[in-house]
Ligand binder design. Structure first.
Ligand SMILES: [Fe+2]
Ligand SMILES: [Fe+2]
Length: 268
C-alpha cells in the first residue's frame, strides 16, 4: 500500500455560521471562500485525469494515486458542503460556480490527456505554495476565525503538502516535456487569479466591504506577499530537473495531521 491515507473528517458548522466567518478580518473569509468555491470544480478535474492514467501505472505509484484520489475526493466533498452554506447567504456565488463549471468542462473537452495531467501537476504545485504561505501566516490569518472553518482549510492544506509528489510523478512517468507543465502552470495561475478575484468580490459586496480601505489594503498585502514568496517557486516547479521533494515541507502541517489521526481509529 502507498503511504497516503484517507482521513474521514466531518466538519460540524455552527447553525449560525456567517459566510464572513472571521471576527476581525472578514475580507480574509471572503478570499478563502473564493478559493473554496473552486475546489468542487478543479479537484474533480484533476482526479479524473489521474483516474484515467491509473491503468498505465504500476507498483507504489499506482498505490499513491489511489490514496491521492481518496484524499482529493474527500476534499471537494467537504468544500461542497461548506460552499452550499456560503451560497445560501451570499448573492452571486451561483454565477461564479456556473462559470467555474463551464471553465472546467471546456478544459476537459478541448485539451489533451497530456494537458490534463500537466494541469494536475501544476495545480498541486500551486496548492503546495499556498500551504507554505499559509503556514508562515496562520497565526495572523486564523486567530479570530471560526475554529471549524479553520480546521477545514488547515486539514486540506496539510494533505496537499502530504501528497505534493503524486501528480508530478504521474506526469513524469507518462510524459517528459516540461513545456506542457509550464503552459498548464500559466493557465492554472490565470484561473486562480480570475476566480479568486470574482469570488472575493461577491463576498466583499455581501460584507459591504468592497471599497473598504482596510479590506483592500489587507487583500493587496496578502496577494503581494503570496506572489513574491511563492510565484518563483511555482515556476521553479516546471523547470527541468526539478522534483517536488526539492522543497522542504513545513513541519507544522505534518504535526497537524498527526493530531487528526490521534482522534481517529487507524485504518484496518
Ligand atoms: Fe485537495
Ligand atoms: Fe491536491
Amino acid at each position: 500500500m502507498g503511504s497516503l491515507r484517507r482521513r474521514d473528517v466531518c466538519f460540524e458548522y455552527p447553525a449560525d455560521l456567517r459566510a464572513g466567518w472571521h471576527a476581525t478580518m472578514p475580507e480574509f473569509a471572503c478570499a478563502a471562500n473564493a478559493v473554496s468555491l473552486m475546489m468542487p470544480y478543479v479537484e474533480p478535474y484533476v482526479v479524473r485525469a489521474m483516474r484515467e492514467a491509473l491503468p498505465t501505472l504500476h507498483g507504489a505509484l499506482s498505490d499513491d494515486v489511489r490514496g491521492y484520489i481518496a484524499q482529493e475526493a474527500q476534499h471537494h466533498a467537504q468544500h461542497r458542503r461548506f460552499n452550499d452554506l456560503v451560497a445560501s447567504q451570499v448573492g452571486g456565488v451561483g454565477a461564479v460556480e456556473s462559470l467555474l463549471r463551464r471553465t472546467f468542462e471546456w478544459l476537459w473537452r478541448t485539451r489533451s490527456d497530456r494537458f490534463h495531467l500537466a494541469y494536475a501537476a501544476a495545480s498541486e504545485a500551486v496548492a503546495y505554495g499556498a500551504a507554505r504561505w499559509v503556514e508562515r501566516h496562520h497565526a495572523e490569518l486564523f486567530r479570530d476565525a471560526d475554529p471549524v472553518v479553520a480546521a477545514l482549510y488547515l486539514w486540506h492544506l496539510a494533505e496537499e503538502v502530504e501528497h505534493k509528489n503524486v501528480a508530478y510523478d504521474v506526469y513524469d512517468a507518462t510524459y517528459r516535456s516540461r513545456w506542457p507543465l509550464a503552459g498548464a502552470m500559466v493557465v492554472s495561475m490565470v484561473v486562480l487569479a480570475v476566480f479568486a478575484f470574482a469570488g472575493t468580490t461577491v463576498g466583499l459586496w455581501h460584507e459591504r466591504r468592497l471599497f473598504h480601505p482596510v479590506a483592500v489594503y489587507r487583500l493587496c498585502r496578502w496577494s503581494l506577499s503570496f506572489i513574491l514568496a511563492e510565484l518563483p517557486n511555482m515556476f521553479a516547479s516546471v523547470l527541468p530537473g526539478h522534483h517536488p521533494t526539492d522543497f522542504t515541507d513545513p513541519t507544522w502541517f505534518e504535526l497537524y495531521l498527526i493530531g487528526i489521526e490521534q482522534e481517529q481509529p487507524a485504518p484496518a
